[in-house]
Design a protein around this ligand. Structure first.
Ligand code: FES
Ligand SMILES: [Fe+2]
Length: 445
């Protein structure tokens, strides 16, 4: 349970709010690389309540700039992306990827340069890694080094990134990631051999009351969920949380070959972009893996490219889940009686069905956490909230977070069958498996 004030603090991400400022101290995933073609259509984004436009110029460089022209605020989306800049459709002013105004054709040449220097657009630093364009939206003098997230470090072809809109506050999504206990219920299949979700592990369903051990770290925390396995061994699932909203979820059991994770990037306080990352360390991803991803059975869900208008705000370009609140997430009661626990087909579709329709603060899509009752298996959720509240409050008092600069985000989530029943022992025995090795091709800062 949270007080009304703390719930509001965590949920609010507008510039100037404690949590909004904290988000702005980190590199955030903004748009997938594949969406931005050289001189192609720009993409309308909203991140942390800010209307932005992403595009790739003639040189292949990416820019994330104000969505509206500095002249009379026309939507630059309708402009022309050509010859290293976007030209506004209204009166032809032109802007480059850094937001500089490079041409004002509507005034005499003599006055052009001075005028241009005064009308540059807001623009944010971008960086491309792991199939995603990342953005830093904080103060220029606080820009941290790019994090050693493995999802962003594997060679091209080894990763698959996707994104879509979830119609809830960002925190409900992250809480689902850190909630090991729900997997045994929400994602349960009656016939384990029919479970189409890779890495879901039939082991997960043998014991619905995992024993959780959590350890705080410089980057956030990790926790081990230990379940009894039919073989008599301990079945460990080790999940990682990195501040503010990255999670790594274990996949298969055994030698680490593939990883995956998610990031929750607030659109506004009632909508969030979910980023899903899948990668392999041992080889490029293959056609089977790509079609598994396209099937929507796990993450991402079944998606369509679309435009969405949130209230009276400007439209944004995103991916829209086909199973959504307007069609009951394609709930099939026949499926529910014999196939799986919910009757909803895909894993994200199951998660979203709940997270988008929980008991909300009236007039919002923020869960009313003053009314909940957390238990022992919710420890990770409670610890995550306390850490973020502490960081956000400290920042509001002028104490900058150390994490963006000092924490090493180079960690992994793993699944293991082991005789070891103690988490600290498991961790020290397998420390190299929890850690991303230094690579020669690591991105320069
Ligand atoms: S509004 Fe963009 S050039 Fe006039
Ligand atoms: Fe889930």
């Amino acid at each position: 349970m949270l007080t009304k004030e703390d719930n509001h603090l965590l949920a609010s991400t507008r510039a100037g709010t404690p949590m909004g400022e904290l988000f702005r101290r980190f590199w955030l995933p903004a748009v997938t690389s594949a969406e931005l073609e050289r001189d192609g259509a720009p993409v309308r984004l909203r991140i942390l309540h800010e209307d932005l436009l992403a595009f790739r110029d003639s040189n292949g460089d990416t820019g994330i700039i104000d969505a509206f022209c500095s002249h009379r605020l026309a939507p630059l989306y309708f402009g022309r992306n050509e010859e290293c800049g976007i030209r506004c459709p209204y009166h032809g002013w032109k802007f480059d990827v850094d937001g500089n105004c490079v041409d004002i054709p509507s005034i005499p040449r003599g006055n052009n340069e001075t005028a241009r220097s005064r009308v540059g657009l807001k623009s944010y630093k971008t960086r491309e890694a792991g199939g995603v364009v990342w953005v830093y939206m904080g103060p220029k003098d606080r820009q941290p080094p790019f994090p050693r997230l493995e999802i962003a470090m594997v060679p091209p072809g080894h990763s698959h990134a996707s994104r879509w809109i979830q119609r809830s506050n960002w925190l409900a999504g992250l809480e689902g990631e850190l909630d090991s206990a729900h997997i045994s219920w929400l994602h349960r299949f009656y016939a384990p051999e029919a479970n189409p979700i890779k890495g879901g592990g039939t082991e997960t369903f043998d014991d619905a009351a995992p024993d959780i051990t959590l350890r705080e770290t410089d980057y956030g925390f990790l926790y081990g969920a230990r379940r009894a396995h039919a073989s008599g061994a301990n079945y460990w699932r080790v999940t990682q949380w990195m501040v503010p909203m990255f999670s790594l979820i274990p996949r298969g059991v055994g030698e680490f070959a593939e990883g995956g994770g998610r990031a929750w990037v607030p659109i506004d306080d009632d909508n969030v972009t979910t980023f899903n990352f899948y990668y392999r360390v041992d080889r490029p991803i293959n056609e089977d893996e790509k079609s598994y991803m396209a099937s929507g059975v796990a993450f991402p869900p079944r998606l369509e490219r679309g435009i969405v208008r949130l209230g009276e705000a400007a439209p944004i370009d995103t991916y829209l889940p086909q199973a959504n609140v307007d069609n009951d997430y394609l709930l099939d009661r026949a499926l529910q009686s014999g196939y799986n626990f919910t009757g909803i087909w895909g894993a994200n579709e199951q998660d979203r069905a709940l997270q988008e329709s929980m008991g909300m603060v009236p007039g919002s899509r923020v869960v009313d956490r003053t009314r909940e009752h957390l238990v022992g298996s919710d420890e990770a959720i409670g610890r995550m909230r306390r850490r973020l509240i502490g960081m956000a409050r400290a920042l509001a008092e002028g104490n900058e977070p150390a994490e963006p600069f000092r924490a090493d985000f180079g960690v992994r989530a793993i699944g293991k069958l082991s005789d070891i029943a103690n988490f600290d022992e498991l961790r020290s025995q397998h420390i190299e498996e929890f850690t991303v090795p230094q690579r020669s091709e690591e991105p320069a800062q």
